[in-house]
Write a protein that binds this ligand. Structure first.
Ligand code: SF4
Ligand code: SF4
Length: 248
């Protein structure tokens, strides 16, 4: 039987015999192509609940598999293997092993939110992608990806000072991800600003980059946020059964 949708089959599941003669007919190579049977040895029946416990994944149960998210997806247009609808399906079915096979692609979501606007069921696929990437890290399947490092630095700025210092966030992000501060796009941006901005605003920007005033009376709000974050982290760890396994 011809394989109509070869692109949907993983290459490792396609097998060919280099030399094969059946009843005197040479069916070597392409002519002997067959698809290996897929067996699922294990299910994680809690997988949907685990993703739903992480921020962004709450609405995953609403998905009806229409595919609008994948159709609208920026990354899918470049890489057809990036398929939010398919991963949501795997999660809902508890197919953890299948999901983990795509661990090197899932984190590549650029958070453009086109999928979220296209979704007719308010699933928030962008949030589900973020939650899934975070889940992969928490479960130890992947190391912390740059986007998560950025999120962490961004949040730390808010917790510590009550405001965002873009320069500081970028500086710390580049340091933690071992990237040079002189990124070509950053140099381009700064040169563009210098050429176009009035001197007064440039001085203001420079002042802001050197001095970092903290938000006044931030202590109580910070404590409340920290308390909430700790509670949420405890809930996530409980949902993923991380403490029981000693993973953290
Ligand atoms: S937010 Fe991520 S999953 Fe959604 S369209 Fe953009 S790249 Fe694709
Ligand atoms: S657009 Fe929404 S409902 Fe449709 S497959 Fe994607 S997440 Fe599911």
């Amino acid at each position: 039987m011809p394989i109509h949708e070869k692109s949907l089959i993983r290459p490792e599941n396609l097998v060919e015999h280099e030399e094969l003669v059946i009843d005197g007919v040479d069916v070597s190579g392409h002519w002997s192509t067959f698809i290996e049977g897929r067996s699922v040895p294990d299910y994680n029946e809690q997988l949907q609940e685990e993703i739903a416990a992480i921020g962004g994944g709450e609405n995953i149960h609403r998905c009806w598999q229409c595919g609008s998210c994948t159709n609208a997806c920026t990354v899918n247009a470049i890489n057809p293997d990036f398929n939010p609808r398919f991963w949501i399906y795997l999660i809902r079915m508890g197919l953890e092993e299948e999901l983990v096979r795509d661990r090197d692609i899932i984190w590549q979501c650029v958070s453009c939110n086109k999928c979220t606007y296209a979704c007719p069921r308010d699933v928030n696929p962008e949030g589900v992608m973020k939650a899934t990437a975070h889940w992969l890290e928490l479960k130890g399947y992947t190391e912390m990806k740059p986007s998560m490092v950025f999120d962490e630095e961004f949040s730390l700025q808010v917790f510590n000072t009550g405001k965002i210092e873009e320069g500081k966030v970028l500086q710390k992000f580049f340091k933690r991800t071992n990237q040079p501060l002189t990124q070509p796009w950053l140099v381009h941006l700064i040169t563009g600003l210098v050429k176009r901005f009035p001197v007064f605003y440039l001085m203001k920007l420079g002042w802001g980059a050197v001095f970092h005033p903290r938000t006044r009376d931030w202590g109580r709000a910070r404590d409340a946020i920290n308390e909430y974050v700790e509670e949420r982290n405890a809930e996530i760890h409980k949902a993923l059964n991380l403490d029981a396994k000693g993973a953290d």
